[in-house]
Design a protein around this ligand. Structure first.
Ligand SMILES: CC(C)(COP(=O)(O)OP(=O)(O)OC[C@H]1O[C@@H](n2cnc3c(N)ncnc32)[C@H](O)[C@@H]1OP(=O)(O)O)[C@@H](O)C(=O)NCCC(=O)NCCS
Length: 135
């Protein structure tokens, strides 16, 4: 599993097969000190640790190459799998933005905000190491 190319945005590939998902820091925030990561992965590739591995890579890129002070993830609180990705990696829950995003039915829905600041990132076991399975 690798993020394509050397950029911060890329398809998630397993070998030479078609991409199984996509990682993206929010483009408008690239180069800033406050970055956001979003993720999805094809259903057939879920449950194999690919997203956790890619989030580690992007978070290291943010702190170590882009000199970020903060990396955050927003998610629907009902999305347990998404919450688990961030929690397994040690992202810290900061709060809930209430009624800030449209749901599939058009009604406003909440978003959880989790984040890492530099000191928290540097204390994590995966901060310096090569990409690997989610701890
Ligand atoms: C949210 C989403 C990205 C999570 O994908 P995921 O594959 O569960 O995430 P991970 O890469 O962290 O994989 C973790 C799972 O792989 C399993 N796993 C298997 N082998 C593993 C390995 N070598 N290393 C780590 N985890 C492994 C873990 O046990 C875990 O399974 P569990 O959730 O049943 O406990 C995915 O469900 C998705 O794309 N959903 C639709 C879009 C979406 O909701 N995006 C989020 C918007 S905020």
């Amino acid at each position: 599993m690798a993020a394509a190319g050397g950029s911060a945005r890329g398809d998630l590939r397993a070998g030479k097969r078609p991409p199984v998902g996509r990682q993206r820091p929010a483009p408008h925030q690239l180069g800033a000190t406050h970055l956001e990561i979003g993720y999805w992965i094809r259903r057939s590739a879920q449950g194999r640790g690919f997203v956790g591995e890619a989030v580690q890579l992007l978070t290291r890129l943010a702190f170590q190459e882009l000199q970020a002070n903060r990396v955050q993830i927003h998610m629907d609180p009902r999305n347990i799998r998404s919450r688990n990705v961030a929690a397994r990696l040690g992202f810290v829950y900061e709060g809930t933005l209430r009624c800030c995003a449209p749901g599939s039915d058009g009604q406003p829905t909440d978003r959880h905000v989790v984040a890492l600041v530099r000191e928290e990132f540097e204390a994590l076991p995966w901060a310096q190491g090569p990409a690997g399975p989610t701890p």
